[in-house]
Design a protein around this ligand. Structure first.
Ligand SMILES: O=P(O)(O)OC[C@H]1O[C@H](O)[C@H](O)[C@@H](O)[C@@H]1O
Length: 281
């Protein structure tokens, strides 16, 4: 059995450290945000900016921020981009070793001050399976009497060595909206990067690959037909908080989502589980 321990970052945030025969991982209570996952004998599977100081109240620039209960801008005054879940404290509900695989469950209690953003009676949990691969599930339950609409994403940041040589595959047949325009039909199966890319894909198949010079990362999704593919390129990198000007060279985001026509419409009593699985292959 591996080891699970609780620590505090020098700047205040508390986190869980996981060490097992299969992997090492670090998960912060703020946002239930994993910022490091290293399968044993392999390179890190998640990217995080060294410009981030892990100060409380900001989402960490890397790993997997949870965008919930809306993705992007809600449009209403004062509603934060990508929802509020990524900057709130989550609670650890359970941990269970399944051999060398660790299962962790976190829950978010909606505070009174957040009721203006989210007056609905829902339950949200984030589940991790930490083994040779990383599986993350965002689980929603509608406990109220009215249908609830949610848009969401597991905003995964990946290390890709060099954006100029990255090939992202698995996009054939999908459609995307970019910078508010489209939908465009995806041409071919592959995406290359030579400019700012901010695509919201729909009708997307369940598995994509990121081919880097260090190996191929496979990203698969369940109960999700949409994903976001993002690299800020040169100009936007200069404007982003907790991000170095050159960081765009070594990261890409491929975010398992339920957005646009793939948004959740949860009927009373309904449960939905968005899952992403990430591994070197
Ligand atoms: O800076 P953040 O609020 O974390 O957002 C980072 C990025 O998230 C998504 O990928 C959006 O599609 C981008 O437009 C946005 O810039």
């Amino acid at each position: 059995m591996g080891k699970l321990s609780r620590h505090q970052h020098p700047n205040g945030l508390e986190y869980l450290q996981v060490e097992s025969a299969l992997c090492q991982a670090r998960i912060f209570f703020q946002g239930a945000q994993i910022d490091s996952f290293i399968p044993t004998g392999k390179a890190p599977l998640l990217w995080v900016s060294d410009a981030d100081d892990y100060s409380p109240g900001n989402g960490i620039r890397g790993g997997i921020p949870v965008c919930w209960p809306w993705f992007g801008m809600d449009g209403r005054d004062g509603f934060p981009q990508h929802g509020f879940a990524r900057t709130r404290e989550w609670q650890l509900l359970s941990h269970e070793w399944q051999g060398e695989v660790l299962a962790l469950k976190f829950g978010l209690e909606i505070q009174e001050t957040d009721r203006r953003f989210w007056p609905h009676n829902t339950q949200v949990e984030l589940h991790f399976l930490l083994g040779e691969s990383l599986t993350v599930s965002l689980v929603n339950r509608n406990l109220g009497q009215e249908p609830v609409r949610i848009t969401q994403a597991l905003h995964s940041y990946f290390p890709i060595v060099d954006i100029h040589t990255l090939r992202a595959t698995g996009f054939a047949g999908a459609r995307y909206i970019e910078f508010g325009e489209g939908p465009y039909a995806q041409e071919g199966d592959e995406v290359h990067f030579d400019r700012e890319t901010d695509r919201v894909y729909t009708q997307l198949g369940p598995v994509q690959q990121l081919h880097t010079t260090d190996g191929t990362i496979e990203v698969s999704r369940e109960h999700s037909h949409s994903a976001v593919l993002w690299n800020p390129w040169i100009d936007k990198s200069k404007r982003l908080a907790r991000f170095n000007d050159e960081d765009y060279l070594t990261m890409v985001c491929l975010e398992a989502a339920n957005v646009l026509e793939d948004a959740l419409e949860l009927a009373p009593g309904e449960r939905h589980c968005l899952t992403t699985r990430i591994r070197w292959c």
